[in-house]
Design a protein around this ligand. Structure first.
Ligand code: FES
Length: 109
């Protein structure tokens, strides 16, 4: 399989310690980057419940808790993990090249 996704550099590895999260932008995408146990994940930053920024949230046991109503998503999959979140968050493909953290929209077929 060829990797046709367009990756953009969004951060440096050193910007994000394990357990930390940060807000980044790529084109028109607003992304919450999460370093979970040294592995970097990327979710759409806007909560699917209302208009909260997940990068203001908290990482707890593999889930990210929204700062507004306490809804949560699984960091790895973006799937809803706690009410009132019922719609999954979009996830982005992430790769690390040297010191660069790169993210891309997942392929659309
Ligand atoms: Fe995130 Fe309500 S805005 S749980």
């Amino acid at each position: 399989m060829t990797d046709t996704a367009t990756y953009q550099t969004v951060a440096k590895v050193s910007d994000l310690e394990p357990g930390e999260l940060m807000y980044v932008e790529a084109d028109d995408a607003f992304i919450c980057l999460i370093n979970m146990d040294g592995e970097i994940h990327a979710l759409d930053d806007t909560c699917t419940h209302e208009e909260a920024s997940l990068s203001d949230g908290t990482i707890i046991d593999g889930e990210i808790e929204c700062p507004l109503h306490g809804g949560a998503f699984e960091v790895r999959t973006g799937l809803p993990a706690n009410f009132p979140v019922v719609v999954p968050a979009e996830t982005y493909a992430v790769k690390v090249e040297g010191e660069r953290v790169m993210a891309a929209k997942r392929g659309e077929g």
